[in-house]
Design a protein around this ligand. Structure first.
Ligand code: AGP
Length: 588
């Protein structure tokens, strides 16, 4: 996904745009660009690199004018080059655009427009938007121009255009676009973080809305040209939550926020958790869907709801959901989990289930996200904005909500509410081992392969640890069901291999020690994550013993997050913005 921003108002636009792009850089950081309108001229500057580097190289912050648009790119169509960076401007340089999403029919539109004499400067799908706008702009009627253009586009998109007359307009179709209203001016952005520093008054555009900001202030229309009203929402987040404070990176700050999250989990949502439980209890089957880290939470949700609440559950990774719809029907419940609430695969799964008549429950971090608005009921994570691309605190907040739901479904016999404070202290105890974990990271910096083993409810955490190591350190890592080792993966193990075993002292412990001994005979280096030392381990990341074993996933994921973080540092990788990734994947 990319970040797009626009502003029209009294203030000097360029420094605002640079600052907003910095706040949203986690959305994509391949290349950056700005276009401003000054004295009827469209001035565009762009380059490859992150916001700070490109802003410095091209003096983006001192560009003139009070109207402008900006973009940070996460490349989907066309390589990472200056030509493919946004904004894109047309043949007459009277319009510039920034775009987030994918224009599916860009090939045929490009051929048609080239046939009309348009000259393309990039390989992107996005550039067709500006040439289309240009082809309808002869009469200088921005409303008509934008409506005609949107009618020609297919795909999931949000774009903002700046016109030579100083107007800007934006439109969305299955990609987020939000207006921020400030004193004598407006922002338009793909993310509230783009303007949260200046206002908490947000207008969330609905699908197929067009917003025009010109001398007549703000007007919103639908694709038929009818004026529509959209409510103003007060954004709950504090801009201070975006500050890294004493931490070098957002990822480490967010890792250290987790003990406090465990302590307060489920309090604000208590009523809604009751509502969730009633819907879950009365469903024939609960399908749980998500992507990435959220999917690892979904696997633990299935384990808890089926084993403790005796509710029949199926987990389906969202990108596969469309191929496994057989059992889903109007008596099913779809529980979707997503930090951003904008992940395209998750939204696609929800649309498919809605078409069949299933009830939609969701767990999201952004209450104004598309997923929250598509759901019959949703629960908020209450963990504040998560800026680091690697999900850390959002997983812990998701896990705590799932434990709170399972606890409620079992009339509190699971003991999550009564153990929360203790678990928060145990989490803090684990985080206090940061230096020891950093030492282990430096020993693993040359690792070629790292395998993570776990059984039962620990297996999803093995998957999560592998994902964190992959996305933060670029080291090949794989989560394996420990019992499957002998059925193949054991062949991968040799003296150059590192194996991390998630092995708290519960019913999986003995079998894991047997696996550890088998691995040891192949010469691998074993790191145990456990509350019980064993000489099978070459290194131990000690967990505090906790009363109820079922809660170990909440604390055993923490050393893996810190390990991945320090592996990134020892390899000189920016842990907040790993290559080729984006905070929420809004394209399929
Ligand atoms: C996890 O660290 C990654 N950022 C990624 O796998 C992420 O979990 C996935 O894209 C799902 O995002 P969501 O929770 O916002 O839907």
């Amino acid at each position: 996904m990319c970040s797009i921003i626009g502003y029209k108002g009294q203030l000097s636009v360029a420094p605002l745009l640079v600052d907003s792009l910095k706040q949203m850089e986690y959305r994509g950081y391949d290349s950056v660009g700005i276009a401003v309108i000054n004295n009827g001229k469209v001035i565009t500057k762009k380059g490859v690199g992150n916001v700070s580097d490109v802003a410095e190289k091209f003096d983006l912050g001192i560009m003139p004018g009070h109207t402008g648009i900006g973009h940070t790119r996460w490349a989907t169509h066309g390589r990472v080059t200056e030509e493919n960076a946004h904004p894109h401007y047309g043949c007459t340089n009277s319009i510039a655009i920034v775009h987030n999403g994918v224009i599916e029919n860009h090939h045929e539109l490009r051929d048609e427009l080239m046939g009309l004499g348009h000259i393309f400067k990039s390989d992107t799908d996005s550039e067709v938007i500006v040439h289309l706008l240009e082809s309808y702009y002869a009469k200088k009627d921005i409303k008509k121009t934008t409506i005609e253009t949107c009618r020609r586009l297919t795909g999931a998109y949000a774009f903002v255009a700046a016109f030579e007359d100083g107007s800007i307009c934006g439109s969305r179709c299955d990609q987020p676009l939000i207006i921020g209203s400030v004193d004598r001016g407006y922002f338009i952005s793909s993310d509230v973080l783009g303007f949260l520093k200046y206002t908490d008054k947000a207008i969330f555009l609905h699908n197929r809305d067009i917003a025009i900001i010109d001398s007549n202030a703000l007007q919103i229309f639908d694709f038929e040209g009818n004026a529509v009203n959209r409510e103003t929402t007060q954004v709950a987040w504090e801009v201070s939550s975006l500050d890294k404070g004493k931490y070098a990176f957002h990822t480490l700050k967010e890792i250290h926020e987790q003990p406090a999250l465990v302590k307060k989990a489920g309090i604000k949502n208590s009523n809604k958790i009751g509502e969730f439980c009633n819907i879950l209890k009365n469903s024939r089957t609960v399908y749980i869907t998500a992507s990435g880290t959220s999917y690892h939470c979904a696997l633990i949700a299935k384990y808890l709801l089926s084993n403790f609440a005796k509710i029949h559950c199926e987990t389906i990774v969202s990108s596969e959901f469309q191929y496994t719809l057989d059992g889903v029907d109007n008596s099913s419940v779809l529980l979707s989990i997503s930090q951003s609430g904008e992940t395209a695969d998750v939204l696609e799964a929800v649309r498919a289930a809605k078409r069949i008549g299933s009830k939609i429950l969701s767990i999201v971090n952004i209450p104004t996200s598309s997923l929250a608005r598509m759901s019959d009921s949703f629960l908020e994570l209450e963990c504040g904005p998560e800026v680091g691309v690697a999900a850390t605190k959002s997983l812990t907040a998701q896990l705590c909500l799932i434990y709170a739901i399972a606890d409620r479904l079992c009339d509190y016999s699971l003991g999550f509410q009564t153990n929360k404070i203790f678990l928060a202290e145990a989490s803090r105890e684990v985080l206090d081992q940061e230096t020891e974990i950093q030492t282990i990271a430096s020993k693993l910096r040359q690792a070629r392969d790292i395998y993570l083993l776990g059984r039962s409810v620990h297996y999803p955490i093995a998957l999560e640890g592998a994902l964190k190591i992959k996305e933060l350190s670029y080291i090949h890592a794989e989560g394996i069901v420990a019992g499957e080792l002998k059925h193949g993966p054991l062949a991968l193990i040799d003296k150059n291999t590192y194996v991390i075993i998630l092995n708290p002292d519960d019913r999986t412990h003995c079998d894991n020690i047997v696996s550890a001994r088998e691995i040891k005979t192949r010469g691998a280096t074993i790191i145990g994550i456990s509350n019980k030392p064993d000489d099978a381990y070459d290194m131990l990341l000690k967990l505090p013993s906790i009363k109820k074993n079922i809660f170990y996933p909440i604390i055993e994921v923490l050393p893996l997050q810190i390990l991945a973080y320090y592996l990134a540092l020892v390899k000189n990788i920016d842990p907040d913005y790993p290559r080729s990734l984006a905070k929420s994947v809004t394209v399929k």
